[in-house]
Design a protein around this ligand. Sequence first.
Ligand code: URP
Ligand code: ZN
Ligand code: ZN
Length: 472
Amino acid sequence: MKTLIKNGTVVNSTGTASADVLIDGEAIAAVLAPGSTLLGFDLESNVDSVIDATGKYVIPGGIDAHTHMEMPFGGTFASDTFETGTRAAAHGGTTSIVDFVVQYAGENVIDQFQLWHEKARGNCAIDYGFHQILSDVQDSSLTAMDELLKEGVSSFKLFMAYKGVFLSDDGQIVKAMQRAASNGSMIMMHAENGSVIDLLVKQAIAAGNTSPIYHGLTRPWQAEEEATHRAIMLANLTGAPLYVVHVSAKQAVQQIAAARDNGQNVFGETCPQYHYLSLEEQLGAPGFEGAKWVCSTPLRSREEGHQHHMWQSLRTNDIQMVSTDHCPFCMKGQKDMGLNDFSKIPNGIGSVEHRMDLLYQGVVDGRISLERWVEVTSTTPARMFGMYGKKGVIQPGADGDVVVYDPNGHTSIGLGKTHHMNMDYSAYEGFEIDGHVDTVISRGKVVVDDNKYLGTKGDGKYFARGLSQYLI
Ligand code: URP
Ligand code: ZN
Ligand code: ZN
């Protein structure tokens, strides 16, 4: 199958050019000046299909490097399966995800890795890779870190919060960091001070403060800044590279920026919810509504300026990339477990379908450039997590993961609109975006066109990742 995407504006993180893109089989074969011939052959009459991208952007498929499909968490499971979640991702212009294999205390890391393969294999609409969560860091977990590297897992997530669930103590964190420093892998950190949060939660519940806004009020920015600083110091001590996930507090960004200025391999990820949503407006919505936006790290105060700072940090590269932390739960039967106690609301927000559009709005609003949009949503995730070359770029030899994006199109977000995620609400209900995902191609196959899904479950294959390109 040969596809020619003609007359589009190809946007890579490195620049923008008018060009035709030829996809042959599963890979990009050529990027040519518009109307070019190849070895004397007129392209248009020698391909199986032609997509006219006049007036549109042709970008590398989005990479969402932080998702939790069907994650067992908070006494339930994230409501998107690998099938529903990756299909929704495809609708939104994302052609790869990196999901998290979960290891709870006492479980064997390699067994869990195999279990996650079974969950995903044959079910995904787009390509997928895995990070590995480590909770208790057993001796066998350290050996597993070496083994998993060979299986294409080059990043390991640890938690400084969720005592009795995921939390690793500082000694366990140091052990895992020492191994990462020696085997070249990346440590990902959920940076919140769990002991402080647990105390504040207990105190809030005892005082009768049980509504969703207290989720945010009991996870203050100081708990995020302190843990971020501690993680940076432990990484400094061990020489491990550190990638701080779902950063929401401007003070945590400042810690990351200072460490980077100091020459340390520290990276920061944020998520669309921390650009758009706030403690006051969403978590503080009347009644139990705020439960829709209970996630950790929590939404921050707009009055304190975190959202503005997040856009600014993305522009200045104090924050390197944007993932969703897609971890959806329905209001009915899941979020409502915490009706009388915010601490029982499952933590997570779903937005795997909307990341590309939500960030594109930053281009429209003049907050980031077009190239930076591609960089933070596709190229940097590919480089950060050992996928670059095949993913994250439009160039010959790369996988045919391409999105035709219409800057003059329009996207209305909400249930019954662009929503394909398995959620009974949208965290972005009523958002109107200037821009539209027209066509999504995954390894040479058109999987979404004009809002219609044309793929089949199982199109997506496991991607064995290499080491991060940002490390030497
Ligand atoms: O609230 C969140 N973020 N849920 C998913 C688990 C995690 O910490 O990433
Ligand atoms: Zn986390
Ligand atoms: Zn997460």
